[in-house]
Design a protein around this ligand. Structure first.
Ligand SMILES: Cc1cc2nc3c(=O)[nH]c(=O)nc-3n(C[C@H](O)[C@H](O)[C@H](O)COP(=O)(O)OP(=O)(O)OC[C@H]3O[C@@H](n4cnc5c(N)ncnc54)[C@H](O)[C@@H]3O)c2cc1C
Length: 579
């Protein structure tokens, strides 16, 4: 499936909009990442995405994965392409340099991840889970565990997976039953069944390292009794070589709506050897190191899908001739005008584009917060990163699917049949709203934990910081009005939550939408200010104009709906849902 890497957009964000070199020059670990080096990294990442990963996107969808005698075979070409990704060191891009990682900024890595997701989300899943596993091991592992696992994972010789979900315990992990029995040698025997495990079993690496949540027998009930374990497919020997096959297996592969090239397994642990990662009963906190990364990354999956869909529909609209312009024939030499003469087709294209480019900008800003928190010990940046994570995860994946469906609409019937590839984007993008904590859970995390519980302090601090950016004069009043609206809604939500425990959950999805829209408004205000007068810059300014005129006004309706109390939802008796 054709995909064009967004090098120019990456460059624009890094060097014109956010001038990252100024920030990086204050971070010791980033001294060597000059503009030239970074440009070369983005160009090479883009080449890998377009030339190696994208050509396998449809192949992965058509072939899927196969399970035979417990062994999972990935689609043709995946193994070789994955080898190219790993040989280039792409899984260790932000990894700890003490173990072979490259220590690059998360903000930069985000731009590359987006391209990998867009090019082939099924293939990149094998890498993304590995990067997440490394983060948890680096943050919570013993010196020996880091030594044993990190280098092999960064290099892709081994891959990672995260095993949380059980058939009766998805969002509510406190109900999980997988158990861990302490052994005399300090290890644990893990027994239970996990479902939906991405990259849990496959043929692309010699070892697969599961980070598995389980309950130590006789531990506390609920989420406080859950611990995290490293449960490798082959237990490493002391010298790091592969030891005996561990006691877990892939019981079956899930049959899915999309991401068919990604192996999603049921994993049966039959007394498998596991090694505690971090503290006993602190497993959820340790797992969250991985999950927070995955949440940001899955947001970028949505963004990548949105961009891929935009690219397809924009090309199609240019070539497809159908009907005449309302103002008279624009291409009288042809039998009909292109789809681009129709305002409604332009509405769909500009909507896709406004969200893709606006979201890319604020996701990049979120990455910058993580970099500053990590290397400058900036407590405020840490809180900003935490606040923005659920917004990036949910808003980008919601808009990604919305954009993919619009692209499908632009292709008409050709968007519905397989031949043009857009229906695959729709099927592949859908999962990003569900896994890594369904988007409803992200919204609850934002509204309940990150805003109401915090009294709105971090959100208001963030708005203050954003207000200091120089905005395009024409759009600055609309951005301040959007900030004011968000402050108003936030105050009201916090005040009403004191009396009504259901209020945060009742308004959370729309609240997250409002935050996402407000961040997009800010991003477009800044981008319009920094855009030049070449074609690239003119397109930015036109898209900004569209965003402010046609999309931002939706926040007026959102505010109105957000003022309703939870009774409009909760007064309906449970029994009447089936009436
Ligand atoms: C293709 C695929 C790959 C996956 N990969 C992995 C993986 O690698 N590792 C792994 O461990 N898991 C994985 N998952 C599992 C995934 O993370 C879960 O499906 C997801 O977290 C939701 O859990 P659930 O399906 O049990 O839904 P449920 O928890 O039953 O939730 C159903 C719905 O109810 C809502 N809901 C539930 N509780 C609440 C609440 N308290 N408040 C408000 N709303 C609520 C949810 O938002 C959701 O919309 C994968 C799933 C799929 C389909």
């Amino acid at each position: 499936m054709d995909y064009a890497a967004k090098e120019k957009d990456a460059d624009f964000l890094m060097n014109q909009v956010f001038k990252v070199q100024q920030n990086w020059s204050q971070i010791e670990a980033y001294q060597e990442f000059s503009e030239e080096l970074v440009r070369a990294v983005v160009a090479e990442g883009g080449r890998l995405a377009t030339e190696v990963m994208a050509p396998l996107n449809e192949v992965g969808d058509a072939h899927g994965c196969q399970l035979n005698d417990g062994e999972v075979t990935t689609p043709p070409g995946f193994k070789e392409a994955f080898a190219q990704i790993t040989e280039g060191g792409w899984l260790g891009l932000t990894g700890n340099p003490a173990f072979g990682g490259q220590g690059m900024p998360k903000s930069l890595a985000g731009l590359i991840e987006e391209m990998f997701w867009a090019a082939n989300s099924s293939l990149f899943l094998y890498g993304s889970l590995t990067v997440g596993a490394c983060l948890s091991i680096d943050a919570h592992g013993s010196a020996e565990q880091k030594q044993t696992y990190l280098e092999k994972l960064y290099s892709g010789q081994w891959t990672g997976a995260m095993a949380l979900t059980e058939s009766h315990a998805g969002t509510d992990l406190g109900m999980m039953r997988t158990k861990a029995e302490p052994q005399a040698d300090g290890s644990y025997r893990i027994t239970g069944t996990k479902i939906f495990i991405t990259s849990g079993e496959h043929d692309m690496a010699e070892n697969i390292v599961h980070l598995t949540l389980a309950r130590i027998v006789d531990g506390p009930k609920g989420t406080k009794g859950i611990s995290l374990f490293i449960v490798p497919k082959f237990v490493p020997n002391a010298d790091g070589s592969l030891g005996p096959r561990n006691g877990w297996s892939s019981g079956s592969l899930e049959h899915k709506m999309g991401i068919n090239g990604s192996a999603t397994s049921v994993i049966n642990y039959d007394g498998a050897r596991g090694f505690l990662l971090g503290e006993e009963h602190q497993g959820l906190a340790a797992m969250f190191t991985m999950m927070n990364y995955e949440r940001l990354s899955v947001g970028l999956q949505g963004l990548g899908a949105g961009d891929l869909a935009y690219q397809h529909s924009a090309r199609y609209a240019q070539d497809r001739i159908q009907g005449r312009s309302a103002t008279g024939a624009q291409h009288p030499d042809k039998e009909a005008d292109s789809l681009l003469v129709h305002p409604d087709v332009r509405r769909m294209l500009l909507t896709q584009r406004a969200y893709v480019e606006g979201c890319r900008a604020f996701a990049f800003f979120a990455g910058m917060q993580l970099d500053e928190a990590k290397h400058m010990g900036d407590e405020r940046a840490e809180r900003f990163g935490q606040l923005l994570t659920p917004v990036v995860k949910a808003f980008l994946t919601d808009k990604g699917l919305e954009g993919a469906v619009m692209a499908q609409q632009i292709l008409g019937g050709h968007g519905y049949v397989k031949e043009w590839g857009v229906e695959q984007i729709v099927r592949d993008a859908r999962i990003a709203q569900i896994y890594e904590g369904a988007n409803g859970i992200q919204a609850l995390d934002l509204a309940g934990r990150k805003v109401v519980r915090d009294g709105g302090k971090t959100l208001k601090e963030l708005l203050q910081v954003l207000a200091d950016f120089e905005l395009d004069a024409g759009h600055a009043p609309a951005v301040s009005e959007a900030f004011e609206r968000l402050r108003r809604v936030t105050d009201s939500m916090i005040a009403r939550s004191n009396e009504d425990a259901n209020l945060p959950g009742a308004v959370s999805a729309d609240f997250l939408d409002l935050v996402g829209m407000t961040l997009c408004a800010w991003a477009w205000g800044v981008m319009a200010q920094r855009a030049g007068d070449d074609d690239f810059g003119v397109a930015k300014k036109q898209t900004a104009r569209f965003f402010f005129a046609r999309l931002l006004p939706r926040t007026v309706g959102l505010e109105q709906g957000l003022m309703a109390d939870s009774d409009v939802l909760m007064d309906m008796p449970e029994a009447l849902f089936s009436a």
